[in-house]
Ligand binder design. Structure first.
Ligand SMILES: NC(=O)c1ccc[n+]([C@@H]2O[C@H](COP(=O)([O-])OP(=O)(O)OC[C@H]3O[C@@H](n4cnc5c(N)ncnc54)[C@H](O)[C@@H]3O)[C@@H](O)[C@H]2O)c1
Length: 395
């Protein structure tokens, strides 16, 4: 485990959870005291203050990277040199160029690699994706993903050089991969229109952003990210298809509401208060997807297949983020530049209704308050749009 910060803590909690036999065998921190304290808390046998030593340690067969963004490439390079499997947290890199270098190096080396994008593994998301795959929503036209909280917990996040950006790279990377999963990871993201601004915090990076991503089949992804949202962590997704809709709320108001007049300690990540009405999360590492994510990663290794989330996915996410930042600067739609596209190239446009009524194309059917059914119809020869009430009451 590289890193003893917030994500190192959550990953270890997930890996050591329940009756799991998976174990963190060695933990790396620059600071020996922090490494020892972490090892004591989680009952880990070995510590290291040198990153290469932890990676090469004989007890380490898989390396989990929980370090700031600017250290991902260095850590992955060391894993390649040590010929160790590597699982890297999000975002894979700070730019698509850096991500592509990582991807190429890892693929050339042949080591196993997985992209730790937990939010596509939440139990709700896995079920929702299954329903989408089974056609419950018809064709997916639109996906909205929102992640917002009051800002990150460590200084490096606020530094553009180390993080690669602000709220967009930090939170938008989750949203983009959620959107890709629902719209189809094989559908190419073509272009992006993005707004961002620094509304509150005294930083160079953006603390708010909104983007629209247009996919080759006409579907649209929309994300909203904020480091200035007050009231906890807001994680919501909405999926719209030709035949159905899904709304997901992963964190606040998920069915667990508690009132406390005193300080009861930690409530949930980024919760801003310990008293009043609170929205705790039952099993945070499970509900945020960490448990299912590691299960998929390790099963993939055992089965000799790729995990659901790969470094290639991380590269595509970085390419979309790059286009977001270009669009913020140009104030125009900007192309998503993917040197390496592995998805489909033969896509049809989504969403065309093809139902015909008496030689006319059905535009819309609606049941009115008086119980009558109204049809809106288009004459394909003239283009004229007319309406008809069923049961012979044309008007
Ligand atoms: N849901 C998620 O998937 C999720 C959530 C939070 C963070 N992350 C990602 O995890 C990574 C770490 O984030 P975090 O929240 O754990 O940050 P953190 O600040 O809580 O922890 C970072 C760790 O890296 C160490 N570190 C910092 N600078 C270092 C340096 N120069 N050399 C060596 N070690 C250094 C710190 O001591 C600490 O152990 C980031 O890439 C972040 O985007 C992912």
């Amino acid at each position: 485990m590289l890193g003893t910060g917030l994500i190192g803590f959550f990953y270890t909690m997930a890996l050591h959870g329940q009756r799991s036999r998976d174990r963190v065998s060695c933990v790396y921190s620059r600071n020996a005291d922090r490494a020892h304290a972490f090892a004591k808390k989680w009952n880990i046998d070995h510590t290291a203050t040198d990153m290469a030593e932890a990676i090469h340690h004989s007890s380490s067969d898989i390396v989990v990277i929980g370090l700031p963004n600017h250290l991902h490439e260095k850590a992955i390079q060391l894993c390649i040199e040590a010929n160790k499997a590597v699982l890297c947290t999000k975002p894979l890199a700070r730019t698509a160029e850096e991500a592509k270098r990582i991807l190429d190096a890892v693929e050339a080396s042949g080591i196993f690699a997985g992209y730790l994008e937990d939010l596509v593994y939440t139990p709700k998301t896995l079920k929702a994706l299954d329903s989408v795959r089974q056609g419950a929503l018809g064709e997916i036209l639109w996906t909205r993903s929102r992640e917002a909280h009051s800002g990150p917990h460590s200084s490096w996040f606020w530094d553009v050089d180390q993080a690669g950006g602000g709220a967009i790279i930090d939170l938008g990377c989750h949203c983009i991969e959620i959107i890709r999963n629902f719209i189809g990871k094989d559908i190419r993201p073509l272009e992006v229109s993005c707004w961002a601004d620094t509304l509150v915090h005294p930083i160079d990076a953006e603390d708010n952003g909104i983007a629209m991503i247009r996919f080759e089949n006409g579907a649209v992804g929309q994300f909203e990210v904020s480091w200035t949202f007050r009231g906890g962590m807001d994680l919501r997704d909405e999926v719209g298809g030709t035949q159905g809709t899904i709304w997901l709320n992963h964190f606040l108001r998920t069915g667990f509401e508690m009132f406390s007049s005193g300080a009861g300690g930690y409530v949930a990540e980024k919760a801003e208060q310990e008293s009043g009405w609170l929205f705790p999360v039952g099993d945070e590492v499970h509900e945020l997807g960490y448990t299912d994510m590691f299960t998929d990663m390790f099963n993939a290794m055992d089965e000799g297949r790729e995990p659901r989330e790969t470094f290639y996915d991380g590269y595509v996410v970085n390419a979309v983020i790059d286009a977001c930042y270009r669009s913020v600067r140009s104030r125009k739609w900007e192309p998503v530049k993917l040197q390496d596209w592995r998805g489909r190239t033969d896509v049809e446009r989504v969403g065309k209704l093809k139902e015909m009524v008496d030689g006319m194309e059905l535009v819309k059917r609606e049941c009115l308050p008086d119980g009558k059914i109204k049809l809106i119809l288009k004459n394909l020869d003239t283009g004229e749009v007319t309406q008809r009430l069923l049961a012979g009451n044309n008007d």
